[in-house]
Design a protein around this ligand. Sequence first.
Ligand code: DAH
Length: 347
Amino acid sequence: MKQQLESIRQAAMAALENAATPADLEELRVKLLGKKGELTAVLKQMGKLSAEERPVMGQLANNVRAAIEEKLEQRKTAVHAAVLEAKLAAESIDVTIPGDEIEIGHQHPMNQVLQQIKDIFVGLGYQVVEGPEVELADYNFTRLNIEEGHPSRDRSDTFYFTDDDSVLLRTQTSPMQIRVMENAKPPICILAPGRVFRKDEADATHSPMFHQIEGLVVDENITMGDLKGALISCMRKIYGEDAVMRFRPHHFPFTEPSCEMDMQCHKCHGTGEIDGAVCSTCHGEGWIELLGAGMVHPAVLENCGIDSTKYSGFAFGMGLERMAMGRLKITDLRLIFDNDVRFLNQF
Ligand code: DAH
C-alpha cells in the first residue's frame, strides 16, 4: 500500500505539472481526490491492514492528499495566470493602427434639391403641405377647370382606379390648390411637394412616377409681379445670382394668364451651340424650361368658395427631377431612380 500511495503521489505530481487548462486540473482533481478517485480507492483497503500499520498508512495517505492538494492549488494559480496572459495578448489592441473608415450615408441628391427649394420658400413665408397621391378626378381635373374630354384626362395618360374614372393617381400636384383653398381663407401661401403619376414610358426624360412642387399664393392684390419676383428669387438662389430667366406666354386651364418660365442654358449661354455643335444640355434651344405658372383662374377660386372679385392669386408647378437634373448637371433622368451608389456618392 505504501508503494501504491507513493506511485499515486508521483504520477499526480507529474500530471498536475503538465496540466495546461483549468479543465485539465478539474479533471485531475476528480480523478485523484474524488469519491471514486484513486486515493479513495486505496483508502478503502485500509480495513485489511493490521492495527499497527493502519495509523502509519493513514498518516502517509494524509500526506499524499495534502501534497496533491497543495500542488493543485499552486497549479491552479499558475494556469489561471497563464490563461489570463494569453487572453490579454490575444485581445491586445494596437491603438496606432489606422481605423477602418465607416461609410455614412447622406441624403439622396433629389432630397437635397427638394430640401433646398423648401428652405427657400419657407424663408419667403410659405407653409409646406402634403396631400394624397390617390386623388379624386374632381380635384385633379374638374375643379381645376380642366374640362371633360381634355387630353390629359385620357386613359392612355392617366392611371384610373375605377370604371367611372372618378378615382386616380394624381397626375399633378395642382389638386393641392383645391384641397388647401376649400379649407382655408386667404391669405394663403403654401408649397406642396409630392409624387405624381402619368402613363409614360421611362426614358432619359420621362418616368411614370416623378415629383412636382406646387406653389400657391392667394390674397388681396396679388399680381403677376409677385409671381415673377418669387420665382426669379428662388431660381437665382438655386442656380446662382447671374442666372438669366424669361417668362413665355402659355396656356393652362387653371391659370389666366398662364406662362412658362425658362432659364438661359448655363452650358451654351443661350446660343444653342458649343463649338459649332448643337448644345447637348438644351438641345439647341438656348433655354431650359423650368416650370409652369400663372394667375389662378377666377373659376378655380370660385370652385373653392373664394370671392374672385376680392381675391387674386398666383400658382406655379415645377418638376423636381427637372430642377435636380439642372442642378446636378445630369442628362438622364433614370440615374436619379437607379440608386447606383457610384452615382449617388458624387453628391
Ligand atoms: N400642373 C401643371 C403640370 O403638371 C404645372 C402647373 C402649371 C402648375 C401652371 C401650376 C400652374 O400651378 O399655375 O403641367
